[in-house]
Design a protein around this ligand. Sequence first.
Ligand SMILES: Nc1ncnc2c1ncn2[C@@H]1O[C@H](COP(=O)(O)OP(=O)(O)OP(=O)(O)O)[C@@H](O)[C@H]1O
Ligand SMILES: [Mg+2]
Length: 232
Amino acid sequence: MVESGLQVQDVSRALTLEKRTLPILRNISFEVRQGEWVALTGPSGSGKSTLLGILGGIDRPTAGRVLLDGIELNALSEQKLARVRNEKIGVVFQGFYLLPTMSAQENVQAPLYIHRERKRAAALATAMLERVGLGDRVKHLPHQLSGGEQQRVAIARALVTQPRVLLADEPTGNLDSANGKRVLDLLRDLRAQLGLTIVMVTHDEHVAGYAERRLHLVDGQFQTPPQRGEYA
Ligand SMILES: Nc1ncnc2c1ncn2[C@@H]1O[C@H](COP(=O)(O)OP(=O)(O)OP(=O)(O)O)[C@@H](O)[C@H]1O
Ligand SMILES: [Mg+2]
């Protein structure tokens, strides 16, 4: 029986700069069950975005393994990894990284161009924009949208492929509290509807409270052992 969800086994990440090796993540191990919501907290520079990149198969660990539904990400070829990323993982980056010359709908459609659902790309993108409350903004360019609306487009783009896992780096970081709450309520609803696993980076205690569990990074290591249900 293959274990579902994310398993992180003794992951380290180091960077070599001018012959000096700088440890960024040190011997990180944890599991996230399918459908669980975990908040990743810690000071600036503690390695949160680096860890999220490794979970998403965007970056590779220097040592250790990451398994998603039993598939070892760092053992895959670039081509296979790209496919797993496209089908199973949705990422919302720190900042939104929407393509500025593309409409909301085209931004959301983009991951479907290389997906088995490419024939239905436009319809699926529109449906996902409706789901995040932007059904009347599909033709808007990013600069014609508010910060909260852009964030919701980024979430729609991450979820349009119906991934198993959503990795979100400060999904409410640039939003006022009303829009932040709207995005979090949306993630909560989507998680319930789609059975999504969520790993969310945040600086904010209140935002972290939406998650079932918190992992706190300091200097590339977990400060206290992860505890289940602390914020349930
Ligand atoms: N490409 C790189 N080259 C050199 N150092 C890097 C690189 N990427 C990350 N780092 C360093 O790794 C450490 C962790 O960075 P990371 O972006 O993961 O931190 P973070 O916890 O996400 O911080 P923040 O809360 O500010 O976003 C930092 O000290 C950073 O300077
Ligand atoms: Mg970061």
